[in-house]
Structure formats: structure tokens, C-alpha cells
Design a protein around this ligand. Structure first.
Ligand SMILES: *Cc1c(COP(=O)(O)O)cnc(C)c1O
Length: 387
């Protein structure tokens, strides 16, 4: 049985060339980049090169990149870093209701510790209205944090409009761009962001490494981890050398074939969406019809449980997720779909298909062959289903 992996928004397989690039640093090139002898110097040069590559893909200067232990840490560094450093200036933060938990739970933590958070609602497509952000600003607002694209539904936010509002009011603006890196062109100047988070394992890089872009001149940012002078004193600890080098290789590969991949994935995604819509009745798309990640298709199948579909697909060797990977394992309805105003029973019938570089036309055909009879079978057993 051919395995079909369609959960690339949760994580992606390591690209073989990325692994190749990492191996020497797990073997003979084991030096500590802070050491002044040849072992250290050799590795230091490679870390500097990696920083240039990662900076390059988002249009930043290498001095603006701080490597972290992943996307969650980058989000924490940006949000807590600003919050702790600006607490005399103000304690109000604006975010959205549909952020990744790395942002949402960081905000909730701050809320329990004397900060005030405004959670902006979204429309039925999961989009934030820039006017709502403007209206939420008050004199003590120190940070606006709105993600670039959503991991569950793929909706892409109007980041430029929001950053303009932030800039006019002199407020620091952070965006979690973890799902966008390598899939959409990202330029920190065009976007007008002050801080931005990315992670390697969502673009065929290794897990446990990411980066926070911190615009030059930003002084008001506390480190999360104190210790040595690594990462311009913004993130102490001996570098995850192999991880950082793998991350930069993943960025290089993704940016070299981004346009081609984007077109290919959109066509696969739409084939899946159209096929499922044709073959199965009572389905709906969750997310924006066009302003959406090329990789992401979230659909609700009414009168069935998403978990039941997922388990049946898993038995057929097809891996998808229900709602967000982080909340699966529990039947908590996804906070993203709830915020979009989708009725609970429809949320419970939702599946997320997320595509990646290894997916092919045959993968999509297989899902289109396997899923419709599963839905039919499950619906026949449902007391809610009558047709
Ligand atoms: C995966 C993800 C994160 C967390 O990144 P990790 O590297 O897994 O910590 C944060 N934000 C979004 C949007 C994500 O998809």
C-alpha cells in the first residue's frame, strides 16, 4: 500500500539534500562556533553563511536574524521579549483569535501576569480586518501580533495594511510567518514588519530550529534565555549547528523552486477540492477561496465526525488531520473554526489536507478514490443522515 502523507502543515519530511548538508556537523565538524581554534572557526564560517541565506530569503540583513529552537520559541521571544522590555511604556497587546497556540498561549500567559490582550475576531474566511486592529489600539499598546498565514485553513492575512497601521502609531508589529516561509514570497521591508517568526521543519528542514527576525534598531526586546553572548546576546546557548545549517539549506532549496512548486501545489490542491466537491454531497470549504496557502485545503463533511474519517483514511495509509495537529487527540473544536462562526457540528466534520513537495497527482487520485466511499459508509451509520 502506498502511503500518502497529507499533513505537511504539521511537519514535513527532511529533504535528502538537507540531511547531506547537516551530516558533517554531526560528525567530524563538531566544533563550537565560539571557539577560536580551527575547529570553532570552521563552524563559525558556516553559521555565518547560514545566517546570510536565511536572511536572504526574507530580504533581511544577516545581523537581524536570531536562530532559535523553533517557531514556538521565536514567537515567545518576539512577544515576551517586547512585553518584558516595554512594560513601563504600556501593557496592551493586540492579536487575533485564530493565532497558533505558540502565540495565543504566550498572550494568555502574559494576560495572567498583568498584561491586557485584545483578541481580534475574524470574518467567515478567517481573515482579520485591518480596521478592527486600528480600533483596538490605545495609548498603552506596545505590540501587535498577527500571523501571516493560518496553519489550519491557510488563509493569508492582510499583513501590509496592518503593518501600515502599526507604523503610523509607532507600535511594534510581529508576524508568525511559519506556514508561509518557502511557500510564499516574503520580504520584511515590503511587509513592513518589525519582528517575524519562522521554523525549519515546515519547509523540509530539521525540527527544533527556527529564527526570529528582529529589525535593526529594536532595543526594546529582552532575551528569553540568558547566558553566553551567542546570537548577538539575544539567545544564549551553544548553537544547534547542524540544525541551523540544515535550515539554511532548506531555505535555499525552497526559494529556488518556489514559483514552480506553488503552481504545482495549487493545481493539486484544487484538483482535490474540486474532486471532493463533485463526488461527495454536503461538503464545504473552510478558509478563503483564493487568499490561501497553496498547500492547504480544509473541508467539512457534514453529518460525519472528522475523527472517524481520519482513522478510516489512516487505515488506508492516508495521513491527514482534523483541525489543528496540536489539538488533535482531544475533541475540542478548533479555535480557528469556532472563531470563523462555523457551527459545532460542521466543525466536527472537518479535515485538513496539507500538501508538500513529495505529493503527486497519484496521491490526490488515491484520496479521491478512497474518501468518498468512506464518507458514504460513515453517513449511513449516522442517525443524523437521511437521504
Ligand atoms: C508549526 C507552527 C508553529 C510552531 O513552530 P515549531 O517549530 O513547531 O515550534 C508556530 N506557528 C505556526 C503558524 C505553525 O504552523
Amino acid at each position: 500500500m502506498k502511503i500518502v502523507y497529507l499533513d505537511n502543515n504539521a511537519t514535513t519530511p527532511l529533504h535528502p539534500e538537507v540531511l547531506e548538508e547537516m551530516l558533517p556537523f554531526l560528525k567530524e565538524d563538531f566544533g563550537n562556533p565560539s571557539s577560536l581554534h580551527q575547529f570553532g572557526r570552521k563552524v563559525k564560517v558556516k553559521i555565518d553563511e547560514a545566517r546570510e541565506k536565511v536572511a536572504g530569503i526574507i530580504g533581511a540583513d544577516p545581523s537581524e536574524i536570531v536562530f532559535t529552537g523553533g517557531g514556538s520559541e521565536a514567537d515567545n521571544l518576539a512577544i515576551k521579549g517586547v512585553a518584558f522590555a516595554s512594560k513601563e511604556k504600556g501593557r496592551h497587546i493586540i492579536t487575533s483569535q485564530i493565532e497558533h497556540h505558540a502565540v495565543l498561549n504566550t498572550c494568555k500567559y502574559l494576560e495572567r501576569n498583568g498584561y491586557r490582550i485584545t483578541y481580534i475576531p475574524v470574518d467567515k474566511y478567517g481573515m482579520v480586518k485591518p480596521e478592527d486592529v486600528a480600533e483596538a489600539i490605545s495609548d498603552d499598546t506596545i505590540l501587535i501580533t498577527i500571523h501571516h498565514s493560518n496553519n489550519e485553513i491557510g488563509t493569508i492575512q492582510p499583513i501590509k495594511e496592518i503593518s501600515k497601521i502599526a507604523e503610523e502609531r509607532g507600535i511594534i508589529f510581529h508576524t508568525d510567518a511559519v506556514q508561509s516561509l518557502g511557500k510564499l514570497p516574503l520580504n520584511v521591508d515590503d511587509m513592513g514588519v518589525t519582528l517575524l517568526s519562522v521554523s525549519a521543519h515546515k519547509l523540509n528542514g530539521p525540527k527544533g530550529v527556527g529564527a526570529c527576525y528582529i529589525r535593526k534598531g529594536i532595543r526594546r526586546l529582552h532575551p528569553l534565555i540568558n547566558g553566553g553572548n551567542q546570537e548577538m546576546k539575544r539567545r544564549a546557548g551553544t548553537e544547534n549547528v547542524a540544525g541551523i545549517i540544515g535550515f539554511s539549506k532548506a531555505c535555499e532549496i525552497a526559494s529556488a523552486c518556489m514559483e514552480e512548486e506553488r503552481e504545482r501545489l495549487i493545481s493539486l490542491r484544487d484538483k482535490l477540492q474540486n474532486g471532493l466537491t463533485e463526488k461527495i454531497s454536503h461538503v464545504r470549504l473552510n478558509g478563503h477561496p483564493t487568499e490561501r496557502l497553496p498547500t492547504t485545503l480544509n473541508m467539512s463533511f457534514e453529518y460525519v465526525e472528522g475523527e472517524t474519517l481520519m482513522i478510516n483514511l489512516d487505515l488506508e495509509g492516508i495521513a491527514v488531520s482534523t483541525g489543528s495537529a496540536c489539538s488533535s487527540g482531544s475533541l475540542e473544536p478548533s479555535h480557528v473554526l469556532v472563531a470563523m462562526g462555523i457551527p459545532y457540528e460542521v466543525i466536527h466534520g472537518s479535515l485538513r489536507f496539507s500538501l508538500g513537495r513529495e505529493n503527486t497527482e497519484e496521491d490526490i487520485e488515491r484520496v479521491l478514490e478512497v474518501l468518498p466511499p468512506i464518507v458514504e459508509k460513515v453517513r449511513k451509520m449516522s442517525p443524523l443522515w437521511e437521504e
